[in-house]
Design a protein around this ligand. Structure first.
Ligand code: NAD
Length: 257
């Protein structure tokens, strides 16, 4: 049984991802500041550790506990927050929190996981994600970036910058940690989750759908399926890359000029 850690596993994409792995037979531990919904009998082996990913000491402690008790095979840095604000109105406090959670939260979680997966010195795994999880290599680090890290998107300047940073972290972690650990991120376009519903009115959601060639938002389960593939031995030759799942939104212009 593999051990999978997902940050932000209580809601939205993280919740769908946790359920996808657990139902497939993996042990899944969510690190989140919010308690998850109570699991049902068919959800598989799911548990929760209260952890703010912006707190690197708390992250180190949580992962050390998981590693000691179960080993550690796959870590998915998914927790994220966004605040809608124009560049003239951004406050230092709000922007620092977005950076602390989305960007430094990914860096700290991955750093901690990589130390444990390599025994602090690198291992000799095949990068398939099927390693022992006890420092012998073979671990996988994944993250949720965003198409907002690849192009401008109004009113989310700080958020967009953090997601560009997650894509950069993916490349650099892969270069430093190959071949012991594989690293990849998923960049979703618009996904119908509580994060999206909290900030968008129905009219705004319709407007977004009109800009997406697929004509709709993704479901959280469609992003979870990508993580499941990236963590599998079938992705053993894939590292340092971003997988974009956006219904064609960033493929190009949707109308001829
Ligand atoms: P969501 O709000 O439904 O879930 C986010 C989860 O992260 C929540 O359970 C929340 O409690 C947790 N969380 C927030 N801050 C945390 C912290 N400091 N420490 C630990 N956990 C924390 O949001 P979602 O839409 O599922 O977003 C998940 C990820 O997907 C985020 O990184 C987000 O930026 C990214 N994303 C979302 C969309 C979208 O359209 N929804 C698109 C692209 C990328």
């Amino acid at each position: 049984m593999r051990t999978i850690v997902v940050s932000g596993g209580s809601s939205g994409i993280g919740r769908a991802t946790a359920l996808r792995f657990a139902r497939a037979g993996d042990r899944v531990i969510s690190l989140d500041v919010t308690e998850p919904p109570r699991p049902s009998g068919s959800d598989g082996e799911l548990s929760w550790i209260h952890c703010d990913v912006a707190d690197w000491t708390a992250v180190d402690d949580a992962l050390a506990r998981v590693h000691r008790d179960h080993g550690l095979d796959v870590v998915i840095a998914n927790a994220g927050i966004s605040v809608r604000h124009g560049v003239l109105d951004i406050t230092e406090e709000a922007a620092r929190r977005v950076v602390d959670v989305n960007l430094l939260g990914t860096l700290g979680l991955w750093r901690s996981a990589a130390r444990l997966m390599t025994g602090g010195r690198g291992g000799s795994g095949d990068g398939s994600g099927s390693g022992s999880g006890k420092g012998g290599g073979g671990g996988v680090l994944l993250a949720t970036a965003s198409v907002n890290g690849r192009r401008g998107y109004p009113y989310y300047a700080d958020y967009n910058a953090t997601k560009a940073g997650v894509i950069a972290l993916t490349q650099t972690f892969a270069l430093e940690l190959s071949p012991d650990i594989r690293v990849a991120c998923v960049s979703p376009g618009a996904v119908l989750t509580p994060m999206q519903l909290a900030e968008y009115t129905d009219a705004m959601l319709d407007d977004v759908n009109a800009r997406i060639p697929a004509g709709r938002h993704a479901s959280p389960e469609e992003i979870a399926a990508a993580f499941h593939y990236l963590a599998s031995p079938e992705a053993a030759f894939l590292t340092g890359q971003e997988l974009v799942i956006d219904g064609g939104e960033t493929a190009g212009a949707t109308t001829a000029e």
